[in-house]
Design a protein around this ligand. Structure first.
Ligand SMILES: [Zn+2]
Length: 399
């Protein structure tokens, strides 16, 4: 069994130890186990420490089958002499701040609102807790944050204590214990009593501060996103950078940014609408011009044209306007779009030729797909032939 120095002193940054085993895991990764270690292995929602053993990098620490594996980049040659371990203190202290902050916030939600924390995740940028509630209001979140920061400011002690199951039963525990032996309680007197195997600072003030960033409902629970300690400053810095960059773009001070953005969005919407109307008017004009270009074929006037890079929606609109204005017209409209051909066949009210049948004979010639009814049909396929060739074949079918 490895002696767990991080439980004796969570502030231990370096230590000496002897290697008790060196081996490779099933993926070929080298690891060592030590007679004692200050490296915290992944567990209880807290990520593992990183650091060095002599000059060798420790990239991961996991507790597997009762042994604490320190994963190293390359194996040690000399296993007999003492080695020196140094943990990445800024990473560890950050985890201690976040972890203790989570205890404090979870206890605040429980104390004020009776919302139980059902799970906890410590990510690289933010933390989340899942609360057993479907709803969390702005006011409730603000109150819990306020209470948590009050506890932090009061500089209360954070006391880890090993207890027997009988002793544990005497404490007002926030959550049912998940273990029945080696019970470790983390106690913030008169505030929070919780079973936990993680590392924490010795007082609440070292958490610095706590800020709830956001929350969202996830089925029957609410996931709350927050940060503690130095991460509050990191978040403030990132957000300030964004605001500072946005301010000149919106030509508005920070406090007016929301209304300035709303104004911009409304203006953009109005422009989109005006553009849509202008396009519509242009299509009508284009359709009128096409109507003048018709050629007589039996009883029908055939309006045909090959366009470049027009959408099927535009072709459809043109087809509808032409046939509405010209009841004796058949419109065959083709667009060449890169390696594709788009096609619309439409007929006026006095024409009896089936457009569905016509397009049904044309589309297989370009490996195309489409559909419609007897008066209006559309489709598209590969540009195996020129648009004009497709048009000519359509005209032949009309004869
Ligand atoms: Zn904890």
């Amino acid at each position: 069994m490895t002696h767990k120095l991080y439980y004796e002193d969570s502030y231990m940054k370096s230590f000496s130890a002897k290697i008790t085993k060196q081996a490779q895991d099933e993926t070929g990764q080298w690891f060592v186990t030590l007679d004692q270690t200050a490296f915290y292995p992944t567990g209880g929602g807290q990520p593992h420490d990183t650091g060095t053993l002599n000059d060798t990098n420790v990239s991961n620490v996991e507790e597997i089958d009762g042994e604490i594996r320190h994963y190293i980049d390359s194996p040690f040659e000399n296993l007999d002499s003492e080695i020196r371990g140094v943990i990445d203190w800024s990473r560890r202290f950050d985890h201690m701040q976040q972890h203790a902050g989570q205890h404090i916030l979870s206890a605040a939600f429980e104390e004020l609102l009776d919302f139980q924390t059902i799970s906890f995740h410590l990510g690289t940028e933010v933390l989340t807790i899942d609360l057993e509630t479907e709803q969390l209001t702005e006011e409730q979140a603000r109150k819990a944050e306020e209470r948590a920061n009050e506890i932090i400011l009061e500089n209360r002690p954070i006391q880890p204590t090993w207890v027997s199951p009988e002793e544990a039963a005497n404490y007002p525990l926030r959550k049912q214990l998940s273990v029945t032996e080696d019970i470790r309680l983390v106690i913030i007197p008169d505030y929070d009593y919780n079973g936990c195997g993680g590392t924490h600072p010795s007082t609440t003030s070292q958490v610095g501060s706590l800020k709830i960033l956001d929350w969202e409902r996830q089925k029957k629970k609410t996931r709350v996103q927050f940060v503690c300690g130095n991460r509050v400053l990191t978040q403030l810095g990132q957000k300030q950078k964004v605001l500072k960059a946005l301010s000149p773009l919106l030509n508005a001070p920070e406090g007016d940014m929301v209304s300035a953005t709303q104004k911009l969005l409304i203006a953009a919407k109005e422009k989109d609408k005006a553009l849509e109307e202008a396009k519509e008017a242009l299509l009508k004009y284009e359709a009128m011009e096409l109507l003048q270009s018709g050629t007589q074929l039996n009883e029908q006037t055939v309006i045909s044209n090959v366009f470049q890079n027009r959408t099927i929606q535009e072709l459809q609109k043109l087809g509808r306007i032409i046939t509405a204005e010209g009841p004796n017209c058949v419109a065959i409209l083709v667009s060449e779009n890169d390696d594709k051909l788009q096609l619309v066949c439409a007929r006026g009210g006095n024409v009896s030729i089936s457009m569905k049948k016509l397009i049904g004979e044309l589309l297989p010639q370009i490996n195309g797909k489409g559909g419609g009814n007897d008066s209006f049909a559309q489709g598209g396929g590969e540009a195996k032939i020129l648009g004009q060739e497709l048009l000519d074949r359509a005209l032949k079918l009309l004869c």
